[in-house]
Design a protein around this ligand. Sequence first.
Ligand code: PLP
Length: 418
Amino acid sequence: MNSTKMFPESLMMSYGYKPALSEGAIKCPIFQTSTFVFNKAEEGKRFFEVAYGLKEKEEGEELGLIYSRLNNPDLEILENRLCLWDQAEDCAVFESGMSAISTAMMEFMEPGDVLLYSKPVYGGTDHFINHFLKKYKIEAIGFMAGETEEMIIDRIVSAGMGERISMIHIETPANPTNALIDIEMCSRIKKYFSTASKDIILSVDNTYMGPLWQHPLQHGADIVLYSATKYIGGHSDVIAGACLGSQELISRVKGLRTFLGNMAGPWTGWLLMRSLETLKVRMDQQAANAKVVADFLNTHPKVENVYYLGNVADHGSSSEKEILTKQFSSYGAMIAFDVKGNEADAFAFLNNLKLIKLAVSLGGTESLAEHPQTMTHADVDPADKIAMNITEKLVRLSIGVENHIDLVNDIEQSLAMV
Ligand SMILES: *Cc1c(COP(=O)(O)O)cnc(C)c1O
């Protein structure tokens, strides 16, 4: 059996780890060490040549470790395992999702460039784009789900920005309302503005669906980004991030990571490897529970709009249905909905939940509820919030692995208090 032909969930317990190198330990130990001993000076010289890109690695050459800011077994084995889900050539793991996103943006853009991005994006990403990048003379132009290819291209052309676009960054489905964006359309926009001397980078933040339910690299994305804090970590006990793509692009990202020093440490690597063993069973259970919760919300008299991918399948426009079938293999475990009434009614719902916790973040084993307008999306432009249905009535749920009967009962009793 060729191990790379097996399903990722079968390989998460062992892939890339050799017990013989660690006293036979069945699990990869935590390599809590800052530096690694070279057998000979010649070996150290050779490792550095390759690590700093001064010379190419040879076919089949096994290189040793140098220093934990550059490489560490818990980091490298984790990266190899993450590659399996997205069928990526390489992966760089970071100490947070934000460090993965910001490092990629800094590597692929320079002053004078323009970033095209979908709205809404994660609040931290939005802040980084509109405050930090602006300070470094990188401009940004946004577009919303539902805008056509022609509309987006026209806007860029009439703003005179076409020649300066160097990166396109999107999130689909968008947080919190599950609005859909076509990755292949973005890939065509990328090609439209790319030239012989400039290949625009298309990056997709796949935190909401990945790494199981959507694989952006297969739809024309160049890099895929994750907050590994969410589904990948999955237990709300670690902050981490990842960036995946071709060897060429990821070696650039790793190069900048080496000098910013924002790689994940061995403990984070170990925790995430442990989490990956149960990734598929957790995500499958979360999606199954979310379906039950969404069905319940869809018929509840105190609930108005339910933003759930399963509802797009039933009632979406033809273009939404097309994106859904093309890009997603599950309806996911994120649901947003409007409580009939106003902020006080939404808050009454949130304050009366007993099992579901009132907290931001998503993708973990425990179900969470929050109020996007005043919490995760507090910083978003008020006009944009209205356009994106982020109103005072909107509540966002991340569904966990609890028993679905208890989840529905909790939501039912809490809605009764509204
Ligand atoms: C949480 C999140 C991030 C940021 O990740 P951190 O691990 O908190 O730094 C980025 N994008 C999305 C979509 C997120 O949900």
